[in-house]
Write a protein that binds this ligand. Sequence first.
Ligand code: CA
Length: 466
Amino acid sequence: MPNLPFPRSVPASPGCANGSFLKLPGHLRSAHDVTVTYFRFVSHAAKTGRKPNILIMLVDDLGYGDPGAFGGGAMLGAPTPNIDHLAAEGLKLTSAYATPVCTPSRAALMTGRIPARSGLTRPLLASDHPTKNPWADEVSAAKLLSENGYITGLSGKWHIVEGKQGGDLKIVYPLDTPKQMGNVDQDFANWSVDFIKRAAKDNKPFYLIHAFAKVHFDNYAADGYEGRSAAKLPYRDAVVEVDDIVGRLTKTLEDTGQADNTFVFFTSDNGPEEDSYPDSGFTPFRSGKGTTWEGGVRVPGIAYWPGIIKAGRISDGLFDLMDLFNTSLSLAGIKDKIPKERYIDGVDQTGFLLADDGVTSRQAVFSYNQADFSAIRWENFKAYFKVIQYDQPFANISMSTFVPVGVAPWIFDLYRDPKERITRSNGDYEWLYGPVLQLQGAHAATFVKYPKKDIGLGIGGGGNPQ
Ligand code: CA
């Protein structure tokens, strides 16, 4: 049994939540001297005098195993050559994490905060009557980048409206027919291509989140895409369309001479939607969207930047989508603008992603079901304090319960049991109770000074007395 000396302190201040509170012994230390290999990035900036562009491609409900680079592709009758190209020529992350559903993942990515802190813990429903605007006192990466010379854009699934900074929202795209719904990603792609071209023309750095509406059910085919996949299924046809758009956006970067000055990150906002099974995504892990099981929160992650990120890298280091908040600001040279008066859960992963031998700066991933804490990923282990159980197969959202575990956390070794089939907590992993309880305790303590935000959602929200 390893002897693990775990301290009992919590971060002294927000903005320092970079995992440094948990000091690991040398052989397990994931913090790394990230000053080693910024050379290419620094010399690139010095040479070009330009701040890098940031393009985040966020697919909706894409399974970890859907892209060919992550085990799917041709095997599923839906090859993904363009996504695979990014992985082959960049860094493939095998332990990237989102939240279980759409809204909190997007909020975390934009704010660098666990959604329980921003109040954006679940999608707003037509019947909801929020008591406050969750964004009124949040600070997004786009806001900070916009204030520091960047052109910022958000294209895709955020409800079909158009708005400009300081202006009102207007509905620009009625989704009345399957044909309109089928073609919506083509329209999003047209907008993003135009945005990238405009940024190049204006010679200004850009920050663009391109958020696909696909491959969320129902997947109506875009013009020319019905039956395009070898599988000839609506979901797989949609994967082919997404891959084509990834290729189109990548080519636009090349055609406008910006490929070598753009940090690209490709990922998904949560695991595959099993409630629509079998026309849904693929994951090699347990369960899917709506749960904190690995199938719900582990997503494909690719960082791509030709000439800066070494081609063909693969890492199992921990990455949380909320790290894109800190990392984007760091890449833009405005890390000092990261808010300090609030708790930021994201960490700067610039060194991890850019250095040839980069190691994650994140010590653990904390998974929530809406506003409620559920599990911790630490090293190659996952420890559950509350679990989502489903009463019917493929009913993770429709017919499930969220329940406390019994006398001890359920612990899985994800290298030994990646599908989380059986815990054997007390027999094999009793030695892990100490570390995971300390992680959970330190994490819970951060909410004393920085409590959850209640925006009036009731069930699933920060004020839910559950
Ligand atoms: Ca989603």
